[in-house]
Unconditional design. Structure first.
Length: 113
């Protein structure tokens, strides 16, 4: 059997984490190693290893992840000050967890990329 991702283990309760948002398709948690004052991960319950593995059937799921990010940016009061949304994909982007997740980063002035 394929190993569970850390996010699947959080979802099943095998690893403790505060789930700050959940619906039938996605959930969100604070990143354990934040790179800014606000660093949230928006994660699909369906395990998709990388953005390269997306299919047409995932189209609305990805849309829901961005809408969730927008709502959380407002909830954490960074919608007007600004924030960054990103997916790391594979080695050069330093992806470490092979279960896609959208990083929502803000709460302070971010370095230019
Ligand atoms: P990436 O490098 O894009 O694959 O991002 C993986 C992210 O997951 C990193 O920012 C980690 O800090 C975060 N992470 C790993 N384990 C946990 C955990 N148990 N709870 C919350 N965030 C985690």
């Amino acid at each position: 059997m394929e190993n569970k991702s850390v996010f699947e283990m959080i979802l099943s309760g095998d690893i403790e984490s505060d789930i700050i948002y959940e619906d039938n398709q996605i959930f969100a948690i604070h990143d354990i190693n934040p790179v800014a004052k606000v660093h949230i991960l928006i994660i699909p319950k369906k395990k998709i290893a990388t953005i390269n593995d997306l299919t047409k059937e995932d189209e609305s799921l990805i849309g829901s992840m961005f809408l969730c990010a927008k709502d959380l940016a407002k909830k954490f009061d960074i919608d007007q000050s600004g924030y960054r949304l990103l997916f790391n994909t594979n080695a050069d982007a330093m992806q470490t967890v092979f279960h896609i997740h959208l990083h929502l980063i803000g709460g302070e002035k971010l370095k230019n990329i």
